[in-house]
Design a protein. Structure first.
Length: 277
């Protein structure tokens, strides 16, 4: 049985390729921030107790799986759990592209905790504008939106009622946020966790403009470097899914055609690998 994983920094969705598809959720697995032992613990504590099928192949598409060294960190953990079976590790970007485009050429974009994009041709990534992470890039991502929200809150750029609601919802002050962002692990996941709060306040013009500007920055700095008027532009990730109306507005403004907007690429990935059998 094939096990297919779509892993971001916040969560991992595992699909057993059967009908109906069986999905298991675990914490995110990212070899940039985690070693093999930590990943193995996640697999043993969160995945295995919910997995009854005999697994013969694993296809893992993950954030941070950008080179052989990082791929081997994940592979070592998977081998420790599943033994000597077929295991393939690839980037979450290739997973998104295959899930969105399957066997058709297109432009694939991730807007989740982080952001990324690529030109996808003949079943593989043809070219990719570097994402650069939430400090240097990741335009339109949950982490960058969270970063913008924190800056706007504490620099008094948002209405008082938004700041009051933030304090009542999270009980966090400026020094708490600074501690979590600069001194604690996984600041990208912390910042991205404010996505629901941002969505709740989209009727506030300052919040709407913040999101619109971040997503337009993603389009300008990433999508428009590809042949974006010749191929469909596809999106996956929670930010893309919940702010799809803004993406459609931006498509009209910047003259491109949207193909798919999926919350995650998992169903498409399962279809891709079943047809590839």
């Amino acid at each position: 049985m094939k096990l297919i994983a779509d892993s971001g920094s916040t969560k991992t969705a595992w699909a057993v390729a059967e009908n109906p598809m069986h999905v298991i959720k675990t914490d995110g697995i990212n070899p940039i921030f985690m070693d093999s032992d930590t990943i193995e613990n996640t697999l043993r504590n969160q995945l295995l107790p919910n997995l009854s099928q005999t697994i013969t192949e694993v296809y893992f598409y993950g954030a941070g799986c950008a080179n052989q060294e990082k791929n081997d960190v994940v592979k070592q953990a998977l081998q420790a759990v599943f033994g000597d079976i077929k295991i393939e590790i690839a980037s979450d970007l290739l997973g998104a592209a295959r899930g969105l485009c399957k066997h058709q050429d297109g432009i694939a974009c991730i807007l989740g905790t982080g952001s990324n994009s690529c030109l996808y041709k003949n079943g593989n990534i043809s070219w990719n504008v570097p994402a650069l992470g939430f400090i240097l890039g990741d335009e339109g991502s949950g982490a960058v939106l969270g970063k913008l929200l924190m800056g706007n809150l504490f620099k008094h750029q948002l209405p008082d009622e938004v700041k009051t609601d933030f304090e009542q919802t999270y009980g966090l002050g400026m020094m708490d946020v600074i501690e979590k962002v600069y001194r604690q692990p996984l600041p990208n996941r912390f910042l991205a966790s404010f996505g629901p709060f941002i969505a709740k306040h989209m009727a506030v013009p300052e919040v709407y403009n913040m999101v619109y500007g971040a997503l337009e920055s993603f389009i300008i700095r990433n999508v428009k470097q590809y042949p974006y008027q010749e191929l469909p532009v596809n999106f996956t990730g929670s930010i893309a899914f919940y702010f799809a109306d803004i993406l459609h507005d931006l498509a009209s403004k910047h003259h491109f055609k949207i193909g798919r907007i999926d919350k995650d690429p998992l169903h498409g990935l399962v279809d891709f690998h079943l047809k590839d059998s």
